[in-house]
Ligand binder design. Structure first.
Ligand code: UD1
Ligand code: CA
Length: 458
C-alpha cells in the first residue's frame, strides 16, 4: 500500500502580521514547514505534495536548495478558499489507490510516532482524525463524538453552538483516509458556513453519514499538536521545542546548567561529559568532543571543538575548528576559517578570521588575526594586529614557530615573520622579519634634559 502526504501551507497567517509566509517563520532555527517536511519524510511516503499560495513563489524558492525524498510536488492554491479546497487541488496528482495523510504546515511538532496510527486507520478504509484534549479550545474545530467514541462531525469554532463550544476535544487538522474517499467527499463540500470556506473538516460528517467509522486518535500530549497562528504561539512552541531538545541532550549525557536557558538551533553532537553553562546558543552543526566545557552566554555556530577544550564566557564562534585542549575566551570572537591547533589559546577581545594558530600558540589579549598562518608555540602580545586589508585586497601574514610578537605591533601583510624571530613591542612591520633575530621599528626613547612641565598662568 502506498502513502501520499499532502501538507496544507497556503494560508496567509494574518495574525502573524508579517510579510514572510507563516510557514517560513523559524522554530529552532528551521522553518515551520521544514519540520513538517522532515516528519513527512520519516513516514516514508511515495509522494509529498505541498499546497502553497500566500507569499507566492517565496515558499518553493525557500526550499529549492534542500533535498527531500521523495521530491516535493508543489501545488499552487492561488486563492485560499479553505482547507477542503486546498486538499482538492492536490488530489488529481495522487494515486487513487493510495492512503492520503493530511498535515498542516503550521503544526511543526507532531512527530511520526503521533501520526502513524492515522495511517493505520486509513489502511482499514476508515477516516482517521488526530484530536487533542485542551484546556482552552477557543478557535479550534470541536470534535463531536457518538456513544462509541467515534466522530460524528467536526464543528468549527465560529459555527459551533454554545454547547458545542464547551467541548474540549479539538481537531488538530491532521487526518488520513483512502484517496478515493477524499475525492468523493470533497466533491460534496459547500461554502455554507460562518467563514464562507470549503472546510476540510466537513468530511467527518460526510464519512459518518456514509456509515463509515471516523476514528479519533487522541494525541498523547496536546503540546505536540499545537499550531502556530500568532507570534505568541510561535514563542510557546519554541520553548517547548527547546525543552524537548534539552531533555534529549541530557539523556545522552550532556550537562546543561539550566535546560530552560539553552537554545539549539541546529544539530549538536556532544561527546562524554560535556558541560554547557546558561544562555548558550548552538546554531547549525556543532560537534563537541569529550569533556568540552562551554561557558555562559556563548554562541557556537557550525564549529567543532576538540576534547578537553574550554570555551569561556561570552565567546562568538562561527565556522571555526578548535582542536583538543584549547582555551578560548572569555570574550573571544572566532570568525569563519579559524583553526586552533592543539593546546592553543585565544583570550579576551581577540578576533580571528581565516587564521590558523599552531599547537601551543597564544593570543591572550586584544588582538586581530586575519588571514594569518601562525606556527607552533608563538606568543602574540596584547594589541597585535595583522593589517590584512589594503583597501582593495586581503593579504597573508605568516609567522614561524616559536616567534614572539611584542605587544601593540602591526604586521602589514603580505609579510613573513621567521621562526624564532622576536618583534619588539610597538613595531610596525612591513618587511619580512628574519628568523632568530630581534626586529623592531619604533622610534628610540629619549629623555629631554632640563624640560619643565608648564604651569598654569595666574
Ligand atoms: C483548522 C481546522 C480546525 C482545526 C485547526 C487546527 C478547518 C476548516 N479547520 O482551522 O478544525 O482545529 O485547523 O489548527 O480545516 N490552508 C490552505 N489553504 C486554505 C486555507 C488554509 O492551505 O485555503 C492551510 C493553512 O496554511 C494552514 C492550514 O491549512 O496550514 C490550516 O488553516 P487555518 O486557516 O490555520 O485553519 P484554522 O482556522 O486554524
Ligand atoms: Ca491554524
Amino acid at each position: 500500500m502506498s502513502l501520499e502526504i499532502i501538507i496544507l501551507a497556503a494560508g496567509k497567517g494574518t495574525r502573524m502580521h508579517s510579510t514572510t509566509p507563516k510557514v517560513l517563520h523559524p522554530l529552532g532555527g528551521k522553518a515551520l514547514l521544514a519540520h513538517v517536511l522532515d516528519t513527512a519524510v520519516a513516514l516514508q511516503p511515495t509522494a509529498i505534495h505541498v499546497i502553497y499560495g500566500h507569499g507566492g513563489e517565496a515558499l518553493p524558492l525557500a526550499f529549492s536548495g534542500l533535498h527531500y525524498a521523495p521530491d516535493v510536488n508543489w501545488v499552487e492554491q492561488a486563492e485560499q478558499l479553505g482547507t477542503g479546497h486546498a486538499l482538492s487541488l492536490a488530489l488529481p496528482a495522487v494515486d487513487p489507490a493510495a492512503e492520503v495523510l493530511v498535515l498542516y504546515g503550521d503544526v511543526p511538532l507532531a512527530g511520526p510516532e503521533t501520526l502513524a496510527p492515522l495511517v493505520e486507520t486509513s489502511q482499514r478504509g476508515e477516516l482517521g482524525v488526530l484530536t487533542a484534549e485542551v484546556d482552552n479550545p477557543t478557535g479550534y474545530g470541536r470534535v463531536v463524538v457518538d456513544d462509541c467514541g467515534n466522530i460524528r462531525a467536526i464543528i468549527e469554532h465560529k459555527d459551533a453552538t454554545s454547547a458545542e463550544q464547551a467541548i474540549t476535544e479539538i481537531n488538530t487538522g491532521f487526518m488520513a483516509a483512502p484517496a478515493a474517499c477524499f475525492v468523493r467527499w470533497l466533491q460534496q463540500l459547500t461554502q455554507n458556513n460562518a467563514q464562507g470556506e470549503y472546510y476540510l473538516t466537513d468530511v467527518a460528517a460526510l464519512a459518518s453519514a456514509e456509515g463509515l467509522t471516523v476514528a479519533a486518535t487522541r494525541a498523547e500530549n496536546a503540546g505536540d499538536v499545537l499550531g502556530v497562528n500568532s507570534r505568541g504561539d510561535l514563542a510557546i512552541l519554541e520553548r517547548r521545542y527547546q525543552q524537548l531538545q534539552a531533555e534529549e541532550l541530557m539523556r545522552a549525557g550532556v550537562t546543561l546548567q539550566d535546560p530552560k536557558r539553552f537554545d539549539l538551533r541546529g544539530v549538536l553532537t556532544a561527546g562524554r561529559d560535556c558541560t554547557i553553562d546558561i544562555n548558550v546558543i548552538i546554531e547549525g552543526e556543532v560537534i563537541l568532543g569529550d569533556r568540552v566545557q562551554v561557558g555562559p552566554n556563548s554562541v557556537l555556530k557550525n564549529c567543532r571543538v576538540g576534547e578537553d577544550s574550554t570555551i569561556e564566557a561570552n565567546c562568538l564562534i562561527d565556522e571555526a575548528v578548535i582542536a583538543a585542549k584549547c582555551q578560548v575566551g572569555p570574550f573571544a570572537r572566532l570568525r569563519p576559517g579559524t583553526c586552533l591547533e592543539e593546546g592553543s589559546r585565544v583570550g579576551n577581545f581577540v578576533e580571528t578570521k581565516k587564521t590558523t594558530l599552531g599547537q601551543g600558540s597564544k593570543a591572550n589579549h586584544l588582538a586581530y588575526l586575519g588571514d594569518a598562518q601562525v606556527g607552533r608555540n608563538v606568543n602574540i602580545g596584547a594589541g597585535v594586529i595583522t593589517c590584512n586589508y589594503d583597501g582593495a585586497n586581503k593579504h597573508l601574514t605568516v609567522i614561524g614557530d616559536n616567534a614572539f610578537i611584542g605587544s601593540d605591533s602591526q604586521l602589514v601583510a603580505p609579510v613573513v615573520v621567521g621562526t624564532d624571530a622576536t618583534i619588539g613591542a610597538g613595531s610596525t612591520i612591513s618587511k619580512d622579519a628574519p628568523e632568530g633575530k630581534l626586529t623592531f621599528s619604533r622610534g628610540r626613547q629619549t629623555t629631554v634634559k632640563g624640560w619643565k612641565r608648564p604651569k598654569k598662568k595666574r
